[in-house]
Design a protein around this ligand. Sequence first.
Ligand SMILES: [Mg+2]
Length: 407
Amino acid sequence: MLHIDMDAFYASLEVARHPELRGQPVIIGTGPRSVVSAASYEARRYGVNSAMASARARQLCPNGVFLPVDMKYYRMMSHRIFDEVFSRVTDRIEQVSVDECYMDVSAALLRWDRPSAIGAWMRREVASRYHVTCSVGIAANKLVAKMASTNAKPDGMLLIPVSRHAEFVQMMPLRGIPGIGPALEKRLVAWGVNSVADLAAMGEDALVRACGGSATLAHGLYLASRGLDERVVAPRAQEKSVGAERTFDEDTRDMRRVCGLLRWACDDVASTLRRRGLMARTVTVKLRFADLTYMTKAHTMEKPVDTASALYPQCVALLRAMMDVPPAAGEDISLSREIRLAGMSASGLVEAAGAVIQPTLDDLLEEADADDAAAPAPTKATRLREAEQALDAVRRKYGVKAASLGL
Ligand SMILES: [Mg+2]
């Protein structure tokens, strides 16, 4: 498996189209209320990082070149790099974001002989054609490949042979394991676990106690601390998107009605996704107004989903952002514009068979905290998914209107 992560992607692309910026601290994200979307390595030397408030970045790096986010350009270049370089190695590619993917090269090895030859070729091609450097991690599984690319950054390549997987992950701090977030780290530190090596030294019983009784979380940590990971690469599906939309009988400003329609659309789209064995990473909400102009807004999630219960809250958040609804306002409000049609679509589709349906380690922690029972509890997301699958079965037998999700 290869994990490829392009370095400071947005900033590198801006430098590529404005060569006069080479060597300067470039920071993407301007405006008094915006956050930094990317920072060149020159800017990082000043302590500037992604997700930091742009105002703070300006204090740290007053001479920085601040540029607005141009997602359309970054997406277009990402498509080209995936099409013109990565896809030439194999079609077993799971794109995680515009600048990151996993690649299963086991079949491609017949032609390429060594995985490092593939990594080196891709790094050369992307650098020479697009002036973007990539970091590549090579390992026998996704977990170790990703940790290897992180450690190879920037502009490096690291191969971890399978015999060294455990040793490699055990050199890392806790947060070096993808999925261990601040909450889980804090929990583990309270149990005297300060590193992955400490984690690997714990027995499974002690791990279960440290995990608030969640055997599932404990097992996840047990595997990760040994560099074990069974997930497979889930290539992008052929289909591009699945959507549903509907025109209101009469134009409306009623937020509740628009939400109701979005809920119907999410339910419809989610059941189509499940029927076709797909999962989606990106949610887009579309609104058409009384004057026939329209607006769309999209959000990409960290992991793919196929349930209305996961899609709907994203749609509501997008709707609120699109219509400038104050965060405290409930659904009982009148929108600022009359809406003629609303709908949503799911894209960034992957085959469900290969996708990570497993909850993240942080999801499991939340579950352990919510329910301190000794028995391993499935996560809320898992239970909702099972409920929606049951709904599919009822509808197959008795028709689409036979049952629906309660609010
Ligand atoms: Mg990157």
